[in-house]
Design a protein around this ligand. Structure first.
Ligand code: ARG
Length: 608
């Protein structure tokens, strides 16, 4: 039950009759959208002006003609032309009521799988292993996980692949540390801790510690030694390869602890950079053999999308760079690995779409990568870089720990959970003081709530921002009990459940034999409309891969819910029929919150 699609379907024949070019009809249908201001109606159609322009006619007349050609239906209550030709329409209350009753029996509460399922590979998280996960890994991991859940729910075949950085210069640091500074007893007891310690300790020995792994020439002896260890590993040195194999399971286990705590779904594939190492030479050969790559100043490059290789500083300023796939010293690059990855994925999964959930700083990398892939012949597939902004501190600068380091993810999570518990206990005290019913919960349940609240807060704060923007990591804001936060949604859900507990009512009947729905007030109607908008909201969020449209939907739903509770008694409604109808709305609100939160990867709890 997609409301928007229903409305568009009604306009389809009328538009088809008047639009001269049939292929343009969908463009005009797309101009039917939810009303910006509920005062004007439920949906608005903005196609009359552009259509009138195309036809050389008066927009109001065109709007009138289309309205006149609408088929008789029991969906639309009123349709009026406003201003220069805006069409505002309102749906019938009885029709809305019937639809709400109908979705109550559906496990998917009115969301049908897509008519056009695609095979989508999604590349996300991809941390560089062997160093502790830090805040920079948060966004890719949770945005990727949420999009996977959403796209799967809509019926697409989604293949998740964690493109680990498991072959980089950080291993040189570990190898060097292991050989020169290992605390063997500590390693035997807790290898993950000891490797993390070694990484940090060796980095501190670098003369000029820089954030980036600088692969270039250096006069720093420790750094040079580390680079040599990396080079030996890449050249297949048996000792280093054996150590790498020994380190890897520990590195993976450490990452897994964080994934589990964050509730990240299991990846279908974890094919890191090391997996592609044996395939890199073949990539360069293939591109050279077909003339798609050329030699340039001793290196091998694939020309940019325009087919050129800028040389002079002037040209470099104006044109895209080529893709560098083999350096002058013979080394392959991040791009070479990504090209090998594309080839492997195309041959193995045959995707329609490949999505990369990666930091905006890699925009240029993906631009040149996709251009090179096209040149290589992969033209039938949609490649998209789903870029995202930075996580900032309260001061608007990149988030830092007190000593200036990058905060570790595990610590941020623990902090959020600890604050979540504090907040929760404060809310219990406050609600008790106000004489509200507050459930008596065991310590274990309270800890579980704190976990759901703390982790939910981090995830929701991130997902509720348009992913392309930066946002400030602010515990106070993300854990607020009022506003567009996970905590608020979790309370809203628990409140729905509490009504059934308080009334000692089983929800089963409302899902198998839903009662008739009565929309006697504007608040009930607003809730009904919002419940029925789930499907269109999921589709809009999926179309541009924007999870914040799901949180926006939840926020609208909870605002409608709150007005409904303020104005409409549920357990003490005037008649048993009205009580049943309102209980059905409450149950559906709860189910819808739970479902949408699940698509975001955020847990709700039954009592709070
Ligand atoms: N390991 C990379 C990094 O931390 C991210 C990998 C993204 N995926 C890819 N196919 N390049 O920057």
């Amino acid at each position: 039950m997609n409301l928007l699609a229903e409305v568009r379907a009604l306009f389809q024949p009328a538009l088809a009759a008047i639009v001269p070019d049939a292929t343009k009809v969908p463009d005009f249908l797309a101009m039917i959208r939810p009303a910006q201001d509920a005062k004007n109606g439920d949906y608005q159609a903005n196609f009359a002006m552009p259509l009138a322009k195309l036809l050389g006619r008066n927009p109001q007349k065109v709007a009138d003609e289309i309205i006149g050609a609408l088929p008789t239906n029991d969906v639309i209550a009123s349709v009026v032309v406003a201003g220069p030709g805006f069409i505002n329409l309102k749906l019938r209350d009885d029709w809305l009521a019937q639809q709400v009753q109908a979705i109550a029996t559906e496990p998917r509460i009115g969301v049908s799988p897509t008519a056009h399922p695609r095979t989508i590979v999604i590349d996300y998280s991809g941390p560089n292993v062997a160093k502790p996960l830090h805040v920079g890994h948060l966004r890719s991991t949770i945005i990727g996980d949420a999009l996977t859940r959403l796209l799967r729910f809509l019926g697409h075949t989604v293949i998740t692949d964690n493109h680990l950085g498991d072959w980089g210069t950080q291993f040189g640091i570990l190898l060097y540390g292991y050989k020169h500074h290992l605390d063997r007893a500590a390693y035997e007891q807790d290898p993950v801790r000891e490797l993390a310690r070694l990484y940090v300790a060796v980095r501190k020995l670098f003369r000029q510690a820089t954030e980036e792994d600088d692969e270039g020439a250096t006069d720093d002896p420790v750094k040079t030694a580390c680079q040599q260890e990396t080079a030996k590993l890449h050249a297949g040195d048996p000792e280093n390869v054996a150590l790498w194999q020994q380190f890897m399971p520990h590195c993976l286990a450490e990452i897994q602890v964080i994934y589990d705590r964050l509730g990240i779904q299991k990846f279908d594939h974890i094919l890191g950079e090391s997996f592609y190492n044996p395939l890199l030479a073949g990539v360069v050969e293939s591109l050279l053999a077909h003339g798609q790559a050329v030699e340039s100043n001793g290196a091998i490059v694939v020309p940019n999308a325009a087919g050129t290789i800028p040389q002079t500083p002037e040209e470099m300023k104006k044109q895209e760079p080529p893709a560098l796939i083999r350096k002058r010293d013979g080394a392959f690059t991040y791009t070479t690995t990504d090209l090998a990855t594309i080839r492997y994925r195309m041959e193995t999964f045959r995707p329609d779409t490949v999505l990369y959930v990666v930091d905006f700083r890699q925009s240029l990398h993906f631009k040149t990568l996709f251009a090179a892939a096209n040149r290589w012949g992969y033209t039938g597939t949609e490649f998209q870089h789903l870029s995202f902004g930075s996580v900032l501190g309260a001061d608007g600068k990149p988030l830092r720990t007190r000593d200036g380091g990058v905060p570790e993810l595990g610590e941020l999570i623990s902090q959020a959970v600890a604050l979540g518990l504090e907040k929760y206990e404060a809310s219990v005290a406050e609600r008790t003081a106000h004489g509200h019913d507050v459930p008596e919960l065991t310590e274990a349940t309270k800890r579980d709530i704190a976990e759901a609240v703390g982790i939910g807060a981090i995830k929701y704060a991130d997902l509720s921002q348009n992913r392309t923007s930066d946002y400030k990591f602010d515990y106070e804001k993300m854990l607020a009990t009022e506003g567009n936060t996970a905590t608020y949604m979790q309370y809203a859900y628990a409140r729905c459940r509490a009504i059934f507990r308080k009334g000692e009512i089983d929800t089963a009947r409302f899902r198998t034999h839903p009662p008739a729905v009565q929309l006697t007030t504007s608040q009930e109607r607003a809730v009904a409309l919002q419940l029925l908008r789930l499907s269109e909201s999921l589709e809009v969020a999926a179309a541009d891969y924007l999870p914040h449209l799901l949180t926006a939907y939840l926020w609208d739903l909870c605002k409608a819910m709150s007005r409904f509770y303020d104005e409409c008694p549920v357990l003490t409604a005037e008649s048993p029929e009205l009580r049943d109808s309102r209980l059905l709305l409450v149950d559906l609100i709860g189910r819808t919150i739970q479902q949408t939160m699940e698509l975001l990867g955020i847990r709700v709890v039954e009592q709070m």
